[in-house]
Design a protein around this ligand. Structure first.
Ligand SMILES: Cc1cc2nc3c(=O)[nH]c(=O)nc-3n(C[C@H](O)[C@H](O)[C@H](O)COP(=O)(O)OP(=O)(O)OC[C@H]3O[C@@H](n4cnc5c(N)ncnc54)[C@H](O)[C@@H]3O)c2cc1C
Length: 275
């Protein structure tokens, strides 16, 4: 079996446990936000690591974002990826999903060939789940979305997809794009080898530049008019802050379900409420 050339698309997102600032126009103040790898992309990285382990191959982690997104590519190396590419260009600022999928498409075209592209299901900031499918469309390759298990048989990807009320097995030839569901296996620990490599790279900038490489729009031959604000038809008309829902919670611990329900009904005047 030939070794697989595996691409994984990962995005750096604001860490939601640390409150991100909101700009006056309602957009996220990304410069001030604490950053992390999109949690959904960890499942995509795990799928790539398992593919490499089971079928052999090379993993390239790819991201589009500001220079700081180099951090998540290095995190990918710590987990076992072989190389990283970051598309970073000021002209990409304010890209919506259409512009993002175009820029990533041009990046993948620049870096190909590939057998498999793994994406997360969605991100925790944009949350549209559009980028993977639109990238596959632009590349003209088959896509398997919501994948929670897969294997490669006779050169074809056989995958189990989550669907409403159950699952579905599908089979497609490579090259193809797979968006990985969060019911997939959790990302395994960083490898000692990977962690050591990243530690060494941080002391050797020239060596680091051979593993994590940067691209701009000119290098991937992308049309700047299709990127950033100019290439983004989406208009954020208004954003609202959702207020936290208050209220207290009590856990009933009786001898039986019946007793607990009685206790709850008596205490809360639920019957009055139902009337
Ligand atoms: C008007 C507007 C302005 C915006 N401005 C900015 C901005 O300035 N900076 C910014 O970061 N975002 C910006 N966004 C958000 C940005 O458009 C989306 O986050 C981005 O297009 C990806 O869409 P998503 O988050 O819904 O990804 P989804 O479609 O939910 O992501 C699915 C998968 O695609 C892959 N993916 C998505 N984005 C990337 C990426 N950048 N690099 C690598 N892989 C990726 C990942 O595997 C991810 O799991 C803006 C959005 C709008 C509407």
């Amino acid at each position: 079996m030939t070794e697989k050339n595996i691409f994984v698309l990962i995005k750096q997102v604001p860490d939601q446990s640390a409150k991100a600032g909101i700009n006056p126009d309602g957009t996220i103040d990304r410069a001030k936000a604490k950053r992390m790898i999109n949690p959904f992309d960890k499942f995509a990285l795990q799928a790539a690591l398992e593919t490499k382990r089971n079928y052999g191959g090379k993993i390239t982690v790819i991201s589009m974002g500001p220079p700081a997104a180099e951090e998540i590519l290095l995190e990918g190396i710590e987990h076992g990826a072989d190389a990283g590419w970051l598309l970073s260009d000021k002209r990409l600022a304010a890209s919506d999903t259409l512009a993002t999928s175009y820029a990533l498409y041009k990046t993948v075209e620049h870096l190909k060939p590939f057998d498999l592209i793994f994406c997360g299901l969605q991100t925790t900031d944009g949350d549209t789940a559009q980028v993977g499918p639109s990238l596959a469309e632009r590349l003209g390759i088959p896509q398997i979305t919501y994948c929670e298990d897969f294997k490669i048989e006779d050169g074809k990807v056989k995958a189990r997809r989550v669907i409403e009320g159950g699952y579905q097995w599908v089979k497609t030839p490579t090259p193809c794009l797979v968006t990985v569901a969060n019911s997939y296996h959790h990302l395994e620990y960083k490898t000692i080898r990977g962690a050591k490599q990243v530690q060494d790279l941080s002391r050797q900038p020239e060596e680091k530049a051979k593993v994590i490489r940067f691209l701009n729009l000119d290098q991937i031959n992308a049309d700047p008019l299709l990127c950033g604000l100019k290439g983004s038809p989406t208009i954020v008309a208004k954003t609202d802050k959702v207020s936290e829902i208050g209220g207290s919670c009590k856990i009933y611990q009786g001898a039986s379900a019946e007793q607990m329900v009685h206790e709850m009904v008596n205490e809360t005047n639920l019957l009055e409420f139902v009337k």
